[in-house]
Design a binder for this molecule. Structure first.
Ligand SMILES: Nc1nc2c(c(=O)[nH]1)N[C@@H](CN(C=O)c1ccc(C(=O)N[C@@H](CCC(=O)O)C(=O)O)cc1)CN2
Length: 283
């Protein structure tokens, strides 16, 4: 068997053209979606992701502000900037690129963002709303995974879903979103004993570990949908958490790295910003 490859680029471009129409309508109603991005430090990958966010904002005709701050900026300066954006009616979404330098508290920064502008979905209010089934901004990467599965015709309800990884950004919200779609969900992590006994049961397997080669062909149920969220550099090459060549011989569907989940992350950020702009019309 050779798996069907789900192209994140294609799904992302489909969603972006839907968003373009929504932005045109919002602008006709007098609201231009506005996104403010804060980047601290010199991490090349973060700079590249932020550039992608700026480019997508401009292409969708958003009002866009990107603040690139030096690595030695104080936490207070970042908090002051967030406070300014919280009060600015032109801004519907605020995003602070992670990771932050060690002297700045990620928790303090996330909690300073107005939950109504938290388009990353990381604020405890949005996390709590997601867990209790209330309207929330959904974290971009796991929301992107759900969109990729649904738009590829994967039925989620009633399926066994296994998520490997328990980060706040991907693993935990991923499990919650699959549960909200009525999957039977198992979360595995670094202390899980006999990982294969769990992954072999998975109709939907999401790998979000951040370690190349974690998922091998013998760990996958034939025909499963395998979603690879890992982004790892090995010998200068970008690879996921799955051994793509061998896993794709067993899986029914698989997402590649690059070109799989990655492009969806930025697109779902644009989606959340449009949602926030729409909500501002009814406030
Ligand atoms: N505030 C946030 N910080 C971070 C998030 C986030 O959602 N919010 N996620 C990641 C980084 N990220 C977006 O910010 C991101 C990661 C990967 C990609 C992507 O398109 N990857 C490409 C490969 C790109 C490359 O060549 O390096 C792919 O997989 O095809 C986009 C965005 C951590 N920080």
């Amino acid at each position: 068997m050779t798996a069907t490859i789900i192209s994140g680029k294609e799904v992302a471009s489909q969603i972006r053209s839907e968003l373009k129409q929504e932005v045109d309508q919002l602008i006709q109603q007098g609201v231009q979606p506005g996104l403010a991005v804060i980047l601290v430090g010199d991490d090349p990958a973060s700079h590249s992701y932020v550039k992608g966010k700026e480019k997508a904002s401009i292409e969708l005709n958003f009002y866009s502000e990107v603040h690139r701050l030096s690595a030695d900026v104080s936490e207070q300066e970042v908090l002051s900037l967030i406070d300014r954006f919280n009060r600015d009616p032109k801004i519907h979404g605020i995003l602070v690129q992670l990771p932050l330098p060690a002297h700045i508290s990620e928790k303090a920064v996330i909690q300073a963002i107005d939950p109504q502008k938290d388009v990353d979905g990381f604020h405890p209010v949005n996390v709590g709303n997601l867990y209790t089934g209330l309207p929330a901004f959904l974290p971009c990467t796991p929301h992107g995974v759900i969109q990729m599965l649904k738009r590829s015709g994967v039925q989620i309800a009633g399926k066994n879903a296994v998520v490997i990884g328990r980060s706040n950004i991907v693993g935990k919200p991923m499990a919650q979103l699959l549960l909200a779609e009525n999957a039977t969900v198992t979360i595995c992590h670094s202390r899980t004993k006999d990982l294969t006994s769990f992954t072999k049961q998975a109709d939907i397997l999401v790998a979000a570990v951040g370690r190349a080669g974690t998922v091998t062909a013998d760990m996958v149920k034939p025909g499963a949908a395998v979603v690879d969220v890992g982004v790892n550099r090995v010998d200068g090459k970008l690879v996921g958490d799955c051994l793509f060549d061998e896993v794709s011989q067993v899986a029914g569907l698989i997402t590649p790295v690059p070109g799989g989940v990655g492009p969806m992350t930025i697109t779902m950020l644009m989606y959340n910003t449009v949602e926030s702009a729409k909500r501002s019309l009814v406030r």
